[in-house]
Design a protein around this ligand. Structure first.
Ligand code: ZN
Length: 280
């Protein structure tokens, strides 16, 4: 089992220590989950902090054996303003992570794609929750943060009958900062053109690639993630969606090699590790 760099009390101490510090602070929670802090306000995107999938698939031929120990009990995340989910797969919309967060945080908005509103409300038992939606090119504002939907192709762009995207990424803005969390996606025609105008400071991109034998929808490979970051002019790229489940992971080495080849600034985080941007 991989140990997070920071977990439990040590993780929360690091979060608290950044509260008064200017800039943008980002922690990797494992898989596609990130905590983002700006001026003391906190948002989470795609947090997966439970054993939901390990238990769900325990007796099947697709066991989800956890590789990295959990960073933090979600019931201790009682300071979250916004919790966003990119799509309905459990590692991106986990009731056993999101319900403790919404139970413990006093004023938290949950953001999902417009196509996924009913599903998410049902999964989260969310009638009383503030459930907000974004979509392709639509923005929702939550306190200091705004979330703008960017279509994701997992592995194709799928829309519901009303034309809303089932898979999204988000441009997350906080102050002068812009973060692109792609959700689960492969490269598609037009993706670069959609994202580039946002002048992204930080891109959070999956690197686990596509492997038909896994029987799950695939994602960017490491080299593709590096190329996408480079093409959109991202100030920094952080890889994600690996080291969570043994059957669906990847080494970050090919991602690193391609970033180096392209001259693309990157940072590989350990689970629970923070990256701070202090000036821009
Ligand atoms: Zn995923």
């Amino acid at each position: 089992m991989i140990e997070p760099l920071l977990s439990d009390d040590a993780f929360l101490l690091d979060v608290e220590a950044m509260r008064g510090r200017p800039g943008l602070h980002v922690w990797w929670l494992g898989q596609s989950g990130f905590l983002i802090m700006h001026e003391g306000h906190c948002a989470v995107i795609d947090p997966y902090l439970s054993e939901s999938l390990t238990e769900k698939y325990a007796a099947t031929d697709k066991p989800h054996v956890r590789m990295t120990r959990r960073v933090i009990d979600p019931a201790r995340l009682d300071f979250i303003s916004a919790a966003a989910s990119t799509h309905n797969h459990t590692d991106h919309l986990d009731a056993r992570t999101l319900k403790p967060i919404t139970d413990m945080s006093t004023d938290v908005a949950v953001i999902v794609g417009a196509a996924n509103r009913a599903f998410a409300a049902d999964r989260l038992g969310a009638e009383e929750l503030e459930l907000l939606t974004a979509d392709d090119g639509e923005t929702v504002q939550v306190g200091n943060f705004s979330f703008t939907g960017i279509p994701a192709a997992h592995e194709t762009i799928e829309r519901d009958a009303a034309g809303h995207c089932r898979f999204l990424g988000y441009i997350i803005r906080a102050g002068a900062w812009a973060v692109y969390h792609s959700g689960d996606t492969v490269l598609y025609d037009g993706l670069v053109e959609r994202v580039k105008p946002y002048e992204v400071d930080l891109a959070l991109l999956p690197i686990n690639g596509r492997a038909p034998e896994r029987r799950v929808a695939g994602n960017l490979t490491g080299p593709e993630a590096a190329q996408l970051a480079h093409a959109i002019g991202a100030g920094l790229v952080i890889p994600c969606h690996y080291d969570m489940f043994e059957f669906n992971t990847a080494s970050p080495e090919p991602f690193i090699a391609e970033c180096v080849r392209l001259g693309q600034p990157y940072r590989v985080l350990q689970a629970g590790e923070r990256r701070s941007g202090t000036s821009k």
